[in-house]
Design a protein around this ligand. Sequence first.
Ligand SMILES: Cc1cc2nc3c(=O)[nH]c(=O)nc-3n(C[C@H](O)[C@H](O)[C@H](O)COP(=O)(O)OP(=O)(O)OC[C@H]3O[C@@H](n4cnc5c(N)ncnc54)[C@H](O)[C@@H]3O)c2cc1C
Length: 350
Amino acid sequence: MNRLYDALIVGAGLAGSTLAYRLTLAGRNVLLVSDPSIPSASRTAAGLINPVTGQRLVLQEGAEALLASAKHFYRGIEARFGVSILHECEMLRILCSEKEKQAWENRTGDPAYNAYIDHELYDHPDINTGYGGFFQHHTWYLDTNTILDTLHQWFREQEILIEAPLSYGDITIESDNIQWQTVQADKIIFCEGWRGEKNPWFDWLPFQPAKGEILTLSSDAPIPTYMINRGKWLLPTSEGVFKLGATYERGELNETATEDAKQELLDVLEHIFPGRPVTRVTNHMAGVRPGTRDKQPFIGIHPEHARLGIFNGFGSKGSLMIPWHAEAFTCHLIDGAPLPAQADIRRWHG
Ligand SMILES: Cc1cc2nc3c(=O)[nH]c(=O)nc-3n(C[C@H](O)[C@H](O)[C@H](O)COP(=O)(O)OP(=O)(O)OC[C@H]3O[C@@H](n4cnc5c(N)ncnc54)[C@H](O)[C@@H]3O)c2cc1C
């Protein structure tokens, strides 16, 4: 592996793996280095893709293009590798207050939301629909573990994945390349998830990581085939099995599952299905979202070190945001195309 690479990519979560795959498709020689013993948020995430979010029911800016790019990218992987990773699943959104109901009523009068939200309220005898429930469309989930397993296997076959840690002290920046161990590359691109906030070259970027926990449960009683969202969400993944998540915690950042978070999630379940028969918790995971202060990604080349780049900061929306931004960064790296201004790291450099 001592040849000259176009890019050494650090971190093979959804961001680094997608970028490495896109660059490879564009004919670039990339090498990925990622340490499987460092937890990856992508492996904890439920992979929800939901273009209308929050209590104010805000439609994600550029939702149509982001969705089109995500579907195209994930469907391409399914076709090439014969796997199933992207699943369409409607979402019942439960309104939790008069204010949220008002927001929904306002959105029903806005044509931009027509494709995404129902104008009728829905009721179900077993579900506590609070101030009302309505269906959201164009909601999906990505099986993040299957896509990562598939891409990592392919990277191994191409001999472009090193499964080891990288220490910043082992990197040398030369005028015509960067060096790490025996590897020489034109550029190094950091895709380290929330641990990127400790990266000495990019510590001026305002990361705002947030811990989250998710349960997997099994139930003997039938569960709806759609997602249910009342701030926290319930996602059916197979018969009698569903995920329940996610907590949001800015204080303590680690990947340790806690009893408090488990109880918080089980309380939500009880609220949605009052008097529901007992369900069994079969798995409990924690991870840290690579959030940013302005909720936009961090993409670009270091303003003073042309050989250092970053592709990070996808917060709670990696599954939706990463494919479109990987395409934009690939065009920037290869053709010098301008980066989307809202994601360009230069917005934070005085
Ligand atoms: C509980 C929870 C729920 C979530 N739910 C959703 C959801 O429903 N939908 C959605 O779209 N997003 C969700 N997210 C967010 C999603 O996980 C992220 O947006 C996305 O996965 C981030 O991917 P990433 O590649 O940037 O980071 P990561 O997946 O964290 O990848 C970073 C990689 O870098 C490697 N690494 C770091 N430092 C080093 C080093 N020094 N040497 C070698 N390797 C290193 C790590 O091993 C890791 O593999 C959720 C996150 C959490 C925690």
